[in-house]
Write a protein that binds this ligand. Sequence first.
Ligand SMILES: Cc1ncc(COP(=O)(O)O)c(C=O)c1O
Length: 392
Amino acid sequence: MIYNFDELIDRSHSNSVKYDLRQHFFGTDQVIPLWVADMDFATPSCIRKAVIERAEHEIYGYSIKPQGYFKSIKNWLKIRHNWQIPENSICFSPGVVPGLAVSILAFTNPGDKIIVQTPVYFPFFTSILDNEREMIINPLKETEGYYQMDLDDLRSKIDSKTKMILLSSPHNPVGRVWKKEELEELVQICIENKILIISDEIHADLVYKSHQHLPIASLSEEAKQQTITFMAPTKTFNMAGLSTSFAIIENQEIRDKYNYALNAFHLNNGNLFGNVATEAAYNLGANWLDQMLDYTSRNIDFAQEYLATNLPQIKFVKPEGTYLLWINFKSLQLEDKALTEFLIHKARIGLNAGTVFGENGSGFMRMNVACPRSLLEKALNQLNVVIKELVG
Ligand SMILES: Cc1ncc(COP(=O)(O)O)c(C=O)c1O
């Protein structure tokens, strides 16, 4: 089956965060929304069909996860990521971010230190700070838009209070798919210092050709024993509204502690549509995903060529994974606030401000290109016109 990713689907007035909160976040609904990380593509029909079928049952009572749910995850991880896991290591989470918060509560105490590698997905910050833990910032090193971990800096910041790292892999927003050597060194540091690795791998399936996502827990027996990996079909298959995800925890002691904390909040049930959609996605969605990645990869090329031709001073390094561009606007020489205002009110595009991802995000913006190419082109045209006006 060939899917039509060019189709423009009207998402306004569908209670979509990306569309219907534009007024709230940008002060106007007259921006092309290229911010929140969901896609403007139809959720695959195999998932919609499974959900509709279940919705037609007369009763939506409490439900359990059928064996097929666990099997579908296990098979997916084996086929897509060459990662063999036992089914009993799969633990539920009503979302990756809630799972991060549960882990923080279960495995650290107030005042403990937790590492983040900025610029990074901003709910990492609130998960740490709102739970009264201390955040240790280990900034990524940037060389002409290409980011790497700074593991010497990390080593220098670890002390006896450092208990956990929140890893973004592949990395949002810089789009790195971490290499084996980088992850191995990170694991080594965490093992030496008894730091629990919380690996947010929600973007694991969104990786482009010539790169391979490596689940950090799959690197070694030691890595497996010291890691909680969060994954989900929600980002991969555009079903984030179903609030469903899972953790892989092979260490039984850690798994029991995680489940205990999850149950303490009565968060373990989930919703029945999330279960049905997960199973359908992993059993039937591979072909859709491959075509979708091909489309977003061409969107990324399109944006890069467009900028190189029309606005060569605005640059980004092609993401190795994710459908997010981390664009450097420093050449415009605008303060961050002025840059944001300029993009909203002049270019009329809604992006995520780089500073939200950390101080070193200054001068950058995150653009989501999981949308029909015509919409992306329209946004780039609007940008082109106003930047030409600005720089004369
Ligand atoms: C790195 C990362 N983690 C987690 C999430 C959200 O996960 P969830 O909706 O399952 O809480 C996102 C969404 O953009 C993300 O980019």
